[in-house]
Design a protein. Structure first.
Length: 184
């Protein structure tokens, strides 16, 4: 596990490392990652939950009560439920999205996988993601999880971030390069 300059260098990284350590020690990594998927889905789908997580106006006590009420609805495992309560009590719900991303990185590293952040102009279908995983696996020599995002400003193509490598095959970048070359 990275300890300097990596995941633990940020506040969210320290929380993620603690959560992952608990999950690993209790052999509940899969249950915790499923619960984090539920939390991320709630962040995406519920504007009320996003407001709760991001608003500085919500007191720690109110946030803890709200999170406590949401836990049964989301079906979180006990470790993630306690962790969400700790984040709320410490006023750190704003770090939730970054914690989720960091725990995923730790879990995939634990399983011998690596994660590629893939940004496309349009959502990728299952076949495209499978082909991308296969191509990336042949490139890095191990299984690759794809964290797919959509950014319509790319116009087309993909931007892939795999560890410290970045592959930018977006139309936006190609047009910018062409415009710069034409200026001379």
């Amino acid at each position: 596990m990275e300890t300097s300059g990596g995941i633990q260098a940020s506040l969210a990284g320290r929380y993620a490392t603690a959560l992952f350590g608990l999950a690993r020690d209790e052999q509940q990594i899969d249950a915790v990652t499923r619960s984090l998927d539920s939390l991320e889905a709630a962040l995406t789908e519920s504007s009320d939950f996003r407001a709760l997580v991001s608003s500085p106006l919500v007191s720690r006590g109110d946030a803890a009560k709200a999170v406590g009420a949401l836990i049964p609805t989301l079906g979180l495992d006990p470790i993630t439920a306690r962790f969400a309560n700790v984040l709320a009590a410490n006023g750190r719900l704003g770090e939730l999205k970054n914690v989720i991303r960091s725990v995923r990185q730790l879990a995939s590293g634990h399983r011998g996988e690596t994660t590629a952040e893939v940004t496309s102009a349009h959502p990728l279908n299952d076949r495209q993601i499978a082909e991308l995983k296969a191509n990336l696996k042949s490139r890095v020599g191990r299984d690759v999880l794809v964290d797919a995002k959509v950014d319509p400003t790319l116009l087309g193509g993909l931007v892939i971030r795999l560890g410290s490598q970045m592959i930018d095959a977006s139309i936006r970048t190609k047009l910018n390069t062409l415009a710069h070359a034409m200026k001379g």
